[in-house]
Design a protein around this ligand. Sequence first.
Ligand SMILES: [Zn+2]
Length: 233
Amino acid sequence: MRKLPLYKTKGIVLLTRKAKEADKNVVLYTLDYGKMEFCAKGLRKIRSRLGAGLEPFTLTEIAFWWGEQLAIIREAKIIHSYSEIKEDLYLIESASFLTRTVDRLTQQNHPDKNLFALIISSFLWLSEGPNPLIKPFFSLKLLSLLGLLPQMNQCVCCQKKKEEAKGFSLERGGLVCEAHNGDSFPASQQAIHILSRLSSLNILAAKRITIAESIFRELEETIERWLNWQLSA
Ligand SMILES: [Zn+2]
C-alpha cells in the first residue's frame, strides 16, 4: 500500500463530537487551514494515544493525513493546555463561548493568522482569571476580523455623530439617531461609548478598562443580539 504523506499544523481545539465506534470528530481552528474538522480514531477509548492533545481549549501540534471525507489525525502534541481555564467553571464557560462563537461564525478552510492569534491571546487572558470583558472584547475583535462589525461611530442612516445616537438597529446594522430609531432597541451613551472604544483597542489596553455592572449587561446583550442576528442572516 502506498504510504500517505503526513501534514503538520498547529491548532486550537474548538470542540469534539462523538463519531462512529470509538472515534471522535474534532474541530480545530488551525494556523494553516483555518477551521477544520478532523477524525480522531479511537479518541473515546480511555487509553487513547491522542487523548490530552485533543481536549477542548488545547493548543496542539497535529500531524494528519487527508482522508476521503475528513482528514485523520495521527499525532497530537500539546503546545499549551491552558490548565487554569480547565479548572474553573466560569473560565470553562467563557472559553466555550469563545470557541463556540468561532465555530459558528467562521467557514472551513479560511485561514486567518490574526484570528488564530486572537484566540490564543484571549485564552492567555482567560488563564489570568475571570474578567467579564473578555467575551465582549473577543466578540468585537472577531466580528472586526470577519468584516461583520456594526456601525458604531455614527447613525447608519444620516451619519449624525454617535453622541446623538439613541438606539441600535439590527436590520440597519448599527447605531441610529432619534429620527431613525424606528426598529431599534435603546442604547445608552455609556454603552455606545464602550462598544466603539473596545473594538478599537488592543488586548493590553482592553485589560485596563473597568466598566459599571449595568453598562456591562447592556454591552453584553447588544453584542449577543448582534451575533445572533449575524448567525440568522
Ligand atoms: Zn439618523
